[in-house]
Ligand binder design. Structure first.
Ligand SMILES: Nc1ncnc2c1ncn2[C@@H]1O[C@H](COP(=O)(O)OP(=O)(O)OP(=O)(O)O)[C@@H](O)[C@H]1O
Ligand SMILES: [Mg+2]
Length: 469
């Protein structure tokens, strides 16, 4: 059932409208003034609002602005006295859906409300579709819209489905483990264990016993039998992290186990069959290691069935705004904050920085900044020294750096720059939309729409005195 809110200071009018709309099958709530209306939309959602123009204290226009700040997508229909068409047009420019003049024809009113609701439904559908599109840039929690990352998404989903060996290459912090997790959890072995071993973190002498296990008494200190990672992962996935750091001797043993699909615990005779999928990862250049004879070529061929290359963050800077938003949202909910974005100067520093620690570094920087920030925006004083001191990028530099299509690059930069400009102008003008629109030389309606598009409308509602008119 559609919910309609009627806002009018005249009791008779409220009664008359309510009667008519209830007859149409709508669920109707009434409010006597702007404040009551704002309270009503804070408590529940409405599909349409009928708003009287002339009310004591907060008039229709003021109420409209605040309503749109709270629920920018709800159509508001203005009711205005005969002869005040000018004001009504102002309201429409501000974002009201339509208006009619009192005294009005009840049938006309019904039609306008019905149309508004239809439009609302259509926009809802569009939003849902758009939500689906946005999801394209979030594959199971891996964020990215650069061509390189979209290719990774594609490859990862194919590899996951097909139970094949994958080899993930990437610098530190580019998301190798994240990808490995997704391949396992989206794949046919998801109900079996995923067991991880970091070949770089375990001393050479222990690595073998970690992989293959040992029998009681196999060596001093082996007081009881222990299963190795191979056996623990049986049926599931074994993730061999930092495989490039494994010694040639252990490489040989690993290769044999992979070829025979069998392992033997240290100090034992029993040959144990295992059925596992292997995912390996490294931050090293394995072909080069093969060339230098520090990595076995046969093992390389066995592991390198489907190579997945994760680009460093500095090579896909176009993903930065998306990742920044993602980590801000994550930390907002974790730290109970309401940070909305980063200031223009912070964005420029972040785009100019090289991110040697890649996404992990960005994640940490954002977490710290959200924690430190006291306002809606992350400002430069919340950044750690290396980024605060990095050379800010000019937008021209960005386009050279990342590799989407020309149009994507331009759109990306343009949207980012526009949002930042509007934010800066709003801040400069104490969130007065009139002054901001003047400064930017656009009409208020257009400013209103852009603020909506970039999620800035909600910010405005809290700024008192900003919306004078
Ligand atoms: N594209 C991405 N979208 C969202 N989060 C990401 C992305 N890439 C990495 N992360 C996050 O960054 C952090 C580092 O990722 P991960 O541990 O997978 O990197 P790694 O390549 O294994 O790094 P290392 O080589 O240092 O082990 C994790 O918290 C991960 O969730
Ligand atoms: Mg890792």
């Amino acid at each position: 059932m559609h919910k309609v809110l009627i806002v009018d200071d005249e009791k008779n009018m409220r009664f008359f409208l309510k009667e008519a709309l209830v007859k149409e099958g709508y669920e109707v709530t009434t409010a006597e003034n702007g404040l009551e209306a704002l309270e009503a939309v804070s408590c529940g959602s409405f599909d349409c609002v009928l708003l009287d123009m002339r009310m004591p204290k907060m008039d229709g226009i003021q109420t409209l602005e605040r309503l749109l700040g709270k629920t920018p997508d709800t159509p508001v229909i203005m009711m205005t006295a005969y002869g005040s068409r000018e004001v009504a047009m102002d309201a429409v420019r501000l974002g009201a859906y339509d208006y009619f003049t009192k005294p009005f024809d009840i049938n006309e009113m019904r039609v306008v409300v019905k149309r508004a609701l239809q439009k609302q439904k259509l926009e809802d559908e569009i939003r849902k579709l758009k939500g689906k599109l946005d999801k394209k840039y979030d594959y199971e929690g891996i964020i990215g819209k650069s061509e390189e990352m979209l290719e990774v998404f594609d490859l990862v989903s194919k590899v996951a489905k097909n139970d094949i060996t994958a080899m993930i290459y990437g610098e530190s912090g580019t998301g190798k483990e994240l990808i490995a997790n997704i391949i396992h959890h989206k794949g046919p072995r998801k109900d079996f264990p995923m067991v991880k071993i970091n070949c770089a973190a375990i001393p050479e002498t222990l690595l073998e016993s970690e992989l293959f296990g040992y029998e009681k008494g196999a060596f001093t200190g082996a007081t009881q039998r222990r299963l190795g990672k191979f056996e623990q992962a049986d049926g599931g996935t074994l993730f061999l992290d930092e495989i490039g750091d494994m010694s040639l001797m252990t490489q040989a043993k690993l290769l044999r186990a992979l070829e025979e699909r069998k392992v033997q615990r240290l100090g034992g005779n029993e040959v144990i069959s295992v059925n596992i999928r292997i995912i390996a990862a490294t931050n090293q250049d394995l072909p080069k290691a093969v060339h230098n004879r520090t990595f076995r070529e046969d093992l390389y061929f066995r592991l390198n069935v489907v190579p997945i290359f994760l680009p460093p963050l500095r090579a896909r800077r176009g993903d930065l705004p998306l990742l920044i938003d993602h980590f801000i949202a994550e930390n907002n909910s974790r730290l109970d904050k309401s940070v909305r974005g980063v200031s223009a100067s912070v964005m420029k520093r972040m785009l100019g920085y090289d991110w040697p620690g890649n996404v992990r570094e960005l994640e940490n920087v954002i977490q710290r900044a959200v924690l430190l920030s006291s306002g809606d925006l992350i400002t430069e004083d919340c950044l750690p020294a290396p980024i605060a001191e990095s050379k800010p990028v000019s937008t021209q530099d960005v386009s050279i750096e990342f590799g989407g299509s020309l149009q994507e690059i331009v759109e990306n930069i343009a949207a980012g720059a526009e949002k930042q400009l509007i934010l800066d102008a709003l801040e400069k003008n104490d969130w007065s939309r009139t002054k901001t629109a003047e400064l930017l030389k656009i009409c208020r309606k257009s400013l209103h729409n852009k603020m909506k598009k970039y999620g800035l409308s909600d910010l405005a509602k809290d700024s008192e005195g900003g919306d004078e008119d």
